[in-house]
Design a protein around this ligand. Structure first.
Ligand SMILES: C[S@@+](CC[C@H](N)C(=O)[O-])C[C@H]1O[C@@H](n2cnc3c(N)ncnc32)[C@H](O)[C@@H]1O
Length: 342
């Protein structure tokens, strides 16, 4: 075997080893995010001793965490045990525009972590591993665990994929329409839609536990916006434009068909459904690798998956709708518009 082939083999082996240990690095980033180290370090240099007092953990393990992260390019460490933020660690700071702090806090929560750890069970049983372990759905688990539910809502709100602004820029709305944000979470997307469209009215529907949280984002719209507790699998309120952002990928075909049908039943004449989801590529043109992590995340937590254009068209047809337009956005998400055929 030629020497350069051996070298390439070793580089590939090393890359594979890092991938195999990827969860260990994720756990380190998760701890750094929960301790909010980047927030504490900003704006200047801090000693590890001082940082340990600020976050209430022992200096010795904190130093080991920081030197491990610094070795991976996250945080700078210098003599005298001075720690400072660098270009990578800044993404873990809450105040950085596009911050990834909420993502690092959420994705390695023990409840998500164990679902990924159980991925083999999902493959064996053809069912999401969360349900295999907990014998309940992810959202009913969140209903019973408000602290984790809040972490989830914050994660969806601080979308690591820059979805909200990109969706608003791509969404054309007529004056005065009533937009129903189905499963709208804490209202981040609906607030952005209402800000950009001053004549449009908004209605947010979500689980009672989510609606019971104070909706700071929507309060300022007064009578232009309402938040309603409900189960969208049973019914949705009357409206003109139904936004389903990151909803469809949570559910299987039967459940999505029911949800679309509920929208059709409640829709004013001339209404439409706008599905906001990742657009899956083909085997020959796979596209963004993050789409595939998102797809497998659905296999760990929920009954759904990430779909192709053809799958959206078929789902629309099964509910008496037609896929009329697909609009790309500046984020990994596209708008799939579904209307009643004339
Ligand atoms: C993946 S999140 C998407 C949140 C938001 N649309 C976004 O794009 O950030 C799914 C949302 O659906 C809500 N949800 C799940 N099941 C529901 C149900 N049966 N009825 C109403 N809301 C539900 C969850 O509480 C959560 O806010």
């Amino acid at each position: 075997m030629a020497l350069d082939t051996v070298d390439a083999d070793q580089a590939g082996r090393r890359q594979m080893l890092e991938r195999i240990r990827g969860h260990q690095l994720a756990a380190m980033l998760h701890s750094a995010a929960w301790l909010e180290l980047s927030d504490r370090i900003d704006p200047g240099d801090v000693t590890i001793e001082d940082l340990s007092a600020m976050v209430g953990v022992s200096a010795r393990p904190l130093r080991r965490l920081l030197r491990g992260l610094a070795a991976h390019g996250v945080f700078d460490l210098s003599s005298g045990d001075i720690v400072r933020n660098n270009a990578q660690s800044r993404w873990l700071s809450r105040t950085t525009p596009g911050s990834l702090q909420a993502a690092a806090k959420y994705w390695s929560l023990p409840v998500c972590w164990t679902a990924w750890g159980d991925l083999r069970d999902a493959l064996r049983e053809d069912r999401n591993s969360f349900e295999v372990r907990h014998s309940q759905s992810f959202f009913s688990y969140l209903d019973e665990n408000p602290a984790e539910s809040q972490v989830f809502d914050q994660f969806m709100s601080a979308s690591p994929d820059d979805r909200h602004a990109a969706v608003v820029a791509a969404l054309a709305l007529d004056d005065g329409v009533l937009v129903v944000d189905v499963g709208g979470g804490d209202g981040t997307l609906l607030a952005a839609i209402l800000d950009a469209n001053p004549s449009v009215r908004g209605l947010l529907v979500d689980r009672p536990a989510v609606i019971a949280q104070p909706h700071q984002r929507l309060g300022r719209f007064n009578s232009r916006c309402t938040a309603l507790a409900g189960d969208f699998q049973k019914e949705v309120p009357v409206g003109d434009v139904y936004i389903l952002s990151q909803i469809v990928h949570d559910w299987n075909d039967e459940e999505v068909t029911q949800l679309f049908q509920n929208c059709v039943d409640a829709m004013n004449p001339g209404g439409r459904v706008v599905v906001v989801e990742r657009r899956m590529g083909s085997i020959s043109e796979p596209g963004d690798t993050l789409n595939y992590l998102s797809d497998l995340e659905m296999l760990t937590l929920l009954p759904g998956w990430e779909r192709t254009d053809e799958e959206y068209a078929a789902l629309a047809e099964a509910s008496g709708l037609k896929l009329t337009r697909i609009t790309g956005t500046a984020s990994p998400f596209a708008l799939f518009e579904l209307c009643k055929p004339a």
